[in-house]
Design a protein around this ligand. Sequence first.
Ligand SMILES: Nc1ncnc2c1ncn2[C@@H]1O[C@H](COP(=O)(O)OP(=O)(O)OP(=O)(O)O)[C@@H](O)[C@H]1O
Length: 258
Amino acid sequence: MTLLDVKGLTKSFGGLTAVSDVSLHLDDNELVALIGPNGAGKTTLFNLLTGVIVPTEGTVTLQADSGLEVLNKKKPYTIAQAGLARTFQNIRLFKGLSVEDNVLIAMTSKNKEGFFESIFRLPSFYKKEDELHQQVLDLLKIFDMQDDADKLAKNLPYGAQRRLEIVRALATKPKILFLDEPAAGMNPEETADLTRLIRQIQEEFHITILLIEHDMSLVMNVAERIYVLEYGQLIAEGTPEEVQKDPKVIKAYLGGEA
Ligand SMILES: Nc1ncnc2c1ncn2[C@@H]1O[C@H](COP(=O)(O)OP(=O)(O)OP(=O)(O)O)[C@@H](O)[C@H]1O
């Protein structure tokens, strides 16, 4: 079933069309990669899908529990509420907070209720606090980070900080997880760990993942389907095997003849 349907998405910055008439779909529980040379428009497309920027044209429709929900022109907060979570190219943790608090903030970001309970410190507040604490620890445990719960985010090694970003995005219980270059800056060992982690997320959470990544071994290892962008336009779509053989893709990456 199609979960996210994107039609004719376009974004112009002045004279530059960074994303041009892109149509794509993400199905239930699939792992899709978005690749393309530097400046192809991948991050702009992510920013459009998650409401960070507003499209010049086009529609983004989510199959929500309540029916079809049009997401373009909605605010990032509303889009996150609808079930789209993301990580960024550059780590954006609350570096001065503990690992547990980073996850807790994400977990509670969807709940507006509990305001009075927390202000007046009602017994139900403490009960909820205990439950949330346990939920955070359970989530950290899945990613082998339970022993890091009290550490400050900034004191984690680089690979673990990236992992925490993913855990934090998962804490919002998304339907779709967007990962923007999760392996950027990682050493080969950290990248191998990340590859395992991405597979594990799919198995445990049964969600859809869209991944931007330059590390081709990671992409070819985990993606079921790949979209290729060049100069803002989709030039290919298919399985890793199909895309690797596609003359347009080879030309885009190597600059050779199509
Ligand atoms: N806010 C902006 N204003 C003007 N131009 C922009 C803006 N954001 C992106 N661009 C331009 O849009 C094009 C696509 O950029 P984008 O960052 O989406 O590419 P990318 O595929 O993610 O690149 P990379 O792989 O290097 O991260 C680039 O030419 C970029 O300079």
